[in-house]
Write a protein that binds this ligand. Structure first.
Ligand SMILES: CC(=O)Nc1cc[nH]c(=O)n1
Length: 109
């Protein structure tokens, strides 16, 4: 039997976000549809994108669709950025993409 359900246990972050996650300053990540499949309440292992180095486990608290235009100061605060910085970062990572997902998490260890 083939199971095509995606149930990934891992998520990668750019190294520059690692310390903010470990210190609890960054509690969301904004991803495109390709990375919107995380299950609420699941535990995922966080590694660096650059060298795939594990740095912590996370609990997924919510996965919420959002349009780029609706990103707010509250989202920026959860990313430890200004809204201007957040929109620039997301625009760099996902150029031309407006359909996004806010993935809220808590650090487990
Ligand atoms: C590797 C990668 O895409 N990392 C991202 C993307 C968006 N937000 C974030 O916190 N980290």
């Amino acid at each position: 039997m083939t199971n095509n359900t995606k149930a990934p246990k891992d998520i990668t972050f750019f190294e520059r976000f690692e310390s903010d996650i470990l210190t609890g300053k960054k509690t969301i990540t904004i991803r495109d549809t390709a990375e919107s499949y995380f299950k609420v309440d699941s535990e995922v292992q966080a590694s660096t994108f650059e060298d795939n180095r594990w740095f912590c486990a996370l609990r997924i608290l919510s996965v919420t669709p959002i349009n780029m235009a609706d990103l707010s100061d509250a989202h920026a605060a959860q990313e430890n950025m200004t809204l201007l910085e957040l929109k620039a970062v997301i625009g760099d990572i996902y150029p031309g993409t407006t359909d996004l997902f806010v993935i809220e998490f808590s650090k487990l260890n």
